[in-house]
Design a protein around this ligand. Sequence first.
Ligand code: ZN
Length: 358
Amino acid sequence: MDTSPHSSSHFSSSPPSPVALTLRRHRRDETRRLQEQYSHGRPYPGERLCGSDDCLLRCCCVYKTTGIHLPWYILIDRDESEDGVPVKDILTEFAYLVTTEVWPSIEKQSDVLLKARSIEAFVSSPPVRAAYLDFRTVCQKNDFDFSIESRLREALSSTMPRFRDLVTELDAAEQDSQRIEMLIHRHLQPPQQPGQTSSGRPPQWTQESCIMRFLLTSELWRRHGERHMRQRNWAWEEPWMVAELLSAVLLNYWLMDGEKCFAREPTRSSEQVDEAWQDWLDKYPMLEDESDDESERRRVRSPDLVPKPFGMIKGLDLDREIGYVGGVGTAARGPLWRDLRQRHDGDDEGEDDVLPQH
Ligand SMILES: [Zn+2]
C-alpha cells in the first residue's frame, strides 16, 4: 500500500548501465595509463622548464596539452625519405654515428649499441620533436632563410659556444633556483636589446636566439629528473658534448625535413599527444634503475638495432668527414645518409602533408 515517491525512487536506483560502466572503466584505464607514463619519465603537465611553479610563459609550459597549450601539430615520421631511404634507418644511423664520434673510447660493441639506442630515443622523443616544430615556426614567422645548409651550419657554429657556456652556467647554478629561472627565461625568449623596453617595440628574434631556444628546450628535457636521466643513459658528461650533440640533432632534423622524412599531423585532442608518448615509451623502455649488470642491459636492447660496422658507407672517411658533430659549421659536405640513396632507387611517394619546403 505504500506508494510514496520515496519508496518508488528507492527501487528505481537500478545498477549502472553497461555503457556507463564501460565509460567509467575507460576513464580509469586512461588515468592509470597516464600515471604509468609519468612514472616512466613523461614530465607532469604542470612541470615548467624554468622550474618555477607559477610561471605562465608558454615557452616554459611545454608539457601541458590542454586548452591553449594543446600543440597545433605533432611531427610524425614518414616511412621513407623522398629518395626512398627508410626513415627509421636514418635515425638509427645518425644515432650510431654520433655515438662513435662523441664517445670514441667506448670499446665494447654492445655498449656502443646501448649508447646509440639511448641517443636514438632522445632524438625521436616527443619533446625534441615539438622543439623542432617550434623552431620551424619561429623561423617562418621571422623569415629566417635557412634554405641553404651552410647558412644553418654557420648560425649553429656561432651559437654553439654560447650554448656550451650556458650549460656550464646552469650546472654551476644548480642550487640557485632564481638564477636558473632567470637564465632559462632569458634564453628561451627573443633577446632584449638595451633600452628596448621603453621604446615599446617587442624584442625581435634573431637566428641565433631561435637556435638557442631549440637547444635549451631539448637540453632541459634531457636533464629533467636525476633518476630519469640516469635510466635513459642521458648523462652526457661534458658541456661541449651537450652542445655538439644537440647542435647535431637540430642539423639532422633540418636535413631530414628537407628530404621529406616528416609529416605534420594536426592535433585534435590531448589524447593524440598521449598516444604519441605511449608509442615512444613502448618503443624505448627505460633502463632498470641502478642495474648495471649485463643481463638487464641486454634485456632492454632493441632486437632490431643491428650492429653497423665502421665504414659501411662507401668511400667515406668517417674520422675526417663526419660533418654532424665535431665539425658542425665547418664541414662543407652534406649529410652522410644521402649516400644511402643509391641503394634505394625510385619510389616517388605522394607529397601530402609534407612540411613546407625550405
Ligand atoms: Zn618560466
